[in-house]
Design a binder for this molecule. Structure first.
Ligand code: PLP
Length: 497
């Protein structure tokens, strides 16, 4: 299977090339050229499989230029003892209609591990398969969780170096410590004085900066991306939507062919886009519910068909969703507008020049047929953590709580009785200060994030994940801070070129 760029100005490539380069040379995103479809028999066939077996069957449909053995090696190395659940992405029942898909059992306690534990393996094989001689420099902009997950995934992977930029005030203390204590001879983390959009824009500019690219070339290096614009980030995420469906069949919650809903806490639109690909392949889905925090640019887009980033940026309790430019939406738009790259180019031009674009009526209606969107305030997020804990004894992190709150709103509008899966994107311990505040009120104010880990664990009986223990005792290995217009200089300096 080949991949093409959403902007229509790059040649088609195999998946190894798409994964190696991350973004297409014309600035577009790679999408599969052909539709991948499975039938209900295929889905029945994965019900008794392990997660790894499910992954092998699904990834081989998309990454057809990798051999089955190559994919097996990648999958077996990515999903093993580094996850705290043998099921990798277990589904937990909240009530008769609501289930939680826990995506945070990986080493960094957020869902990005699912993709970033496997991406380096796919990348190393891609380097070999394409005869690449250059060292690959992974450049990442992070709102917190991607950064650590990418550093952990790429640490000491031969033939690669990784540089992560994070907004200095846009990440939690724990997230920051996770990054700046990262070991590995090829890892670098730097704080940027700005917000996530500044950071992401800075990285995007470096990716297309000819001077920097030439400088890298002369030194035998080449950029790639581990952000969710890389197809190798997206495709592993399709697996857990099938896996959740298969688990619900196994638990006899649904019968084969029954439709279910997914509620996805959304930022850059990667996770929910993977859900859409699963739906497009034939997974029985009723609604994909897009949950935003107060940075509700996507929710508004789903309702109105107008993407308008000209609005205030809010720092919320769900920082990994504090995003005004959702890069992966471009892929959905391409799939929904009849694969018209000229139209994509004009919308993206409007977005960068005017901060706004409107899609045509047909595109909007196609999106609305499957997507539903709404948003939550911080107060609603906190209330939902509290009520779910009181009613079900289940701890939600702030991002997952946004999803639960949006689901409650969805139910008020629709009274839909469909079985629904809340996609849980982080361990409650990762965002413990907000979670503790929701449960214990002012008592939480006097404690730091590490005391709160203990408190949360003591009071709830939930275990602190290994990845978050002793972080405050680790040595700080990265202390670079730069202005947002100095990111390029910082890259050159780090690489020593
Ligand atoms: C990255 C992240 C999100 C947003 O996911 P997207 O794929 O960017 O939409 C939500 N929650 C958490 C905890 C995250 O780390």
């Amino acid at each position: 299977m080949k991949y093409e760029s959403t902007r229509g100005g790059s040649k088609d490539v195999f998946s190894a090339e798409a994964i190696k380069t991350g973004i297409a040379p014309d600035g577009g995103l790679y999408v599969p050229k052909e539709k991948v479809s499975v039938d209900l028999k295929f889905i029945e066939g994965i019900v008794n499989d392990t997660y790894q077996e499910r992954a092998k069957k699904i990834l081989s449909l998309f990454l057809s230029d990798y051999t089955y053995e190559e994919l097996s090696e990648c999958i077996d190395s990515a999903y093993g003892d580094n996850f705290s659940s043998a099921e990798i992405t277990p589904v937990v029942k909240l009530n008769d209609q609501l289930h939680v898909l826990e995506l945070w059992h990986g080493p960094t306690c957020a869902f990005k591990d699912i993709a970033l534990q496997i991406l380096p393996h796919l990348m190393v094989k891609a380097i070999k398969k394409t005869g690449e001689k250059s060292e690959i420099v992974i450049l990442v902009a992070t709102s917190g969780d991607t950064g650590k997950a990418a550093l952990d995934g790429f640490a000491d992977v031969d033939g690669t170096r990784i540089i992560v930029f994070f907004p200095d005030k846009g990440v939690s203390e724990i997230q920051k410590l996770q990054m700046v204590t990262q070991e590995g001879k090829n890892t670098y983390a730097a704080a940027v004085k700005g917000n996530f959009d500044d950071t992401q824009n800075g990285v995007k500019r470096i990716f297309t900066d000819d001077t920097v690219i030439n400088c890298l070339n002369q030194n035998g290096m080449k950029f790639s991306s581990a952000n969710s614009i890389n197809w190798g980030r997206l495709v592993p995420q399709i697996v857990y939507y099938f896996s959740a469906y298969a688990d619900l069949i196994k638990k006899e919650v649904i019968k084969i062919g029954d439709k279910i809903n997914f509620v996805v806490p959304t930022g850059n639109f990667g996770n929910i886009l993977a859900a859409w690909y699963a739906y497009d392949m034939g997974l029985p889905v009723n609604r994909l519910i897009c949950a935003s925090n107060e940075n509700n640019v996507l929710t508004d887009f789903i309702i109105k068909g107008v993407y308008d980033r000209r609005r205030d940026f809010f720092r919320t309790l769900s920082p990994s969703m504090d995003i005004l430019i959702s890069s992966n939406l471009e892929r959905l738009l391409y799939e929904m507008n009849g694969r018209d790259s000229e139209m994509i180019r004009s919308w993206m031009r409007d977005l960068s020049e005017k901060g706004i674009y409107s899609v045509d009526y047909e595109t909007k209606e196609r999106i609305r047929k499957v997507f539903w969107g709404d948003s939550s305030t911080d107060a609603e997020t906190i209330a939902s953590i509290k009520s779910v804990y009181e009613d079900c004894g289940y701890l939600l992190d702030t991002h997952t709580a946004v999803a639960v709150d949006v689901y409650d709103k969805y139910m008020i509008y629709t009274s839909d009785m469909t079985q629904t899966v809340i996609v849980s994107t982080a361990s409650p311990f990762k965002f413990n200060s907000s979670v503790a505040k929701a449960l214990f009120g002012d008592e939480a104010d006097e404690k730091d994030e590490f005391e709160l880990l203990e408190l949360l664990s003591e009071r709830t009986g939930w275990n602190i994940p290994d990845g978050l223990k002793n972080l405050d005792k680790k040595e700080i290995l990265h202390n670079t801070v730069c202005e947002k217009d100095e990111m390029r200089k910082t890259v050159i300096k780090i690489l020593g070129i």
